[in-house]
Design a protein around this ligand. Sequence first.
Ligand code: NAD
Ligand code: ZN
Length: 380
Amino acid sequence: MKALRWHGEGDVRVDEVPKPEIEEPTDAIVEITATAICGSDLHLYNDFMPGMEEGDILGHEPMGEVVEVGEEVEDLREGDRVVVPFTISCGECWFCENDLYSLCDETNPNAEMAAESMGHSPAGLFGFSHTLGGYDGGQAEYLRVPHADVGPIKIDSDLSDEEVLFLSDIYPTGYMAAENAEIEENDTVAVWGCGPVGQFAVQSAWMMGADRVIAIDRIEERLGMAEGHADTEVIDYSEDDVYEWLMDETDGRGPDRCIDAVGSEAHHTCVDVPDEPDRPYVLQEAIKSCRKGGTLSIPGVYIDGVDDMPMGPLMNKALTVNSGQTHVQAYLNPLLETIENGEIDPAEIITHRGSLEDGPELYETFNDKEDDCVKVVLEP
Ligand code: NAD
Ligand code: ZN
C-alpha cells in the first residue's frame, strides 16, 4: 500500500509499504478514505519531536471503512464507516475509567522513554514518534487500529467524510480547549493562533456563551476566517501590540480566559524570526494579558521545556492553567450531535484537498502557511 513516511526534517515521501495486519485480537484494520494534516504533524515535519525514526508513517486524523476485525472486537464489523481518534486508549485503566483517555496508562509500549522527561507517559498516539508509542499513522491506504472498541466512532448518517473527519482530533481539541478555559457567560476570551485548532476554539467559545471572542494571528486568511465566526474580533500581531490592544479593549482588566492554540511553534515564530526578536512567547504574552484570577488553557503542544516561563506572574495573578492532549473519546458522541443538528460545519475550514501523492507538496504548503492554506485533507 502507499503511505506518507517521514525521512527527516522537511522530508515526507510517498512510499510503498506492507499493508498492516491484525496483531492483537482487539485490533481492526481500516481502509482510509480521508485523512488530514495537522499542526501537530508540523512538529514532526520540522524535526522538533524526539523519537522519530526514518520511515515512520505519519498521520493521526483519519477515517474510513473497517475491512477486518480481530476476534475480540465486539462493536465494529466489516463495512462500518468510522472516524478514528488520534489517541489510543485501552478503555480499562484508571485514566480511561475517569474519561482521561489521552492519559491512558496502557497504550504506550515505550512509556519509559516518555517518562524519562515527564515522569509519566501519556497515551500512545497514531503517527507521533516512538516516544509516544511508535504506532504507524493514518496518512496511508490502510491503518491498524488497536483497541478498536474504544476509539473509533461509527458514522451511520449520510454526513460526508469532510463533515465528520475532524472529530478525530481538531474539533474536540478546540472544544476541550474552550472547556479547559472554564468559559462563563459574559466572559471575554482571547485565542492565540488561528490555525485549525484556534478556529474550533473560537467557535466553541461562542457555543459556550462567551460575550466576546478575540482571535490573534498574523495570517490574513486565518484572521478573516476567525472573523467569520459570530462577532469575533481579531488582532494582527504583526501590526498591533497584543498586550496593549487587549488592555485598551478590556478596561485594563485583560481577557478573562486565554487560550494558547499555537504551542511549540511560538518559540520559532517569536524567537527565531529575525524581524521579531523581542516578541514574547505566546505563554508569556497570555500570562501577562490574562485578567487576575483568570484561566489559561493550553491546547498548543509543547515538546520541550519553555525557559523564562513567568511563574511569578502566573502565581501572583492567581491564574488557573489547564492543558493536555485531547481526551477525544469523551467528546465524539456529543460533538457528532452538534454536526448532525447543524450547529457547526467543520468542513468550512478545509482549503486544500489532494491525494496521498500530493502529500509532500501539501505538507510544504501547510507548513509555510502559503496559498491561504488553513487545513489540508488527503483522500488516499
Ligand atoms: P497551525 O500551525 O496551523 O496553527 C498555528 C497558528 O498559530 C498559525 O496560524 C500561526 O500563524 C499562529 N501563530 C504563530 N505564532 C503566533 C504568535 N506568537 N501569536 C499568535 N499566533 C501565532 O496549527 P494547528 O493545527 O492549529 O495546531 C495548533 C496547535 O495545537 C499546535 O501546537 C498543535 O500541535 C496543537 N494541537 C494540540 C492537540 C491536543 O490534543 N492538545 C491536538 C491537535 C493539535
Ligand atoms: Zn492533530
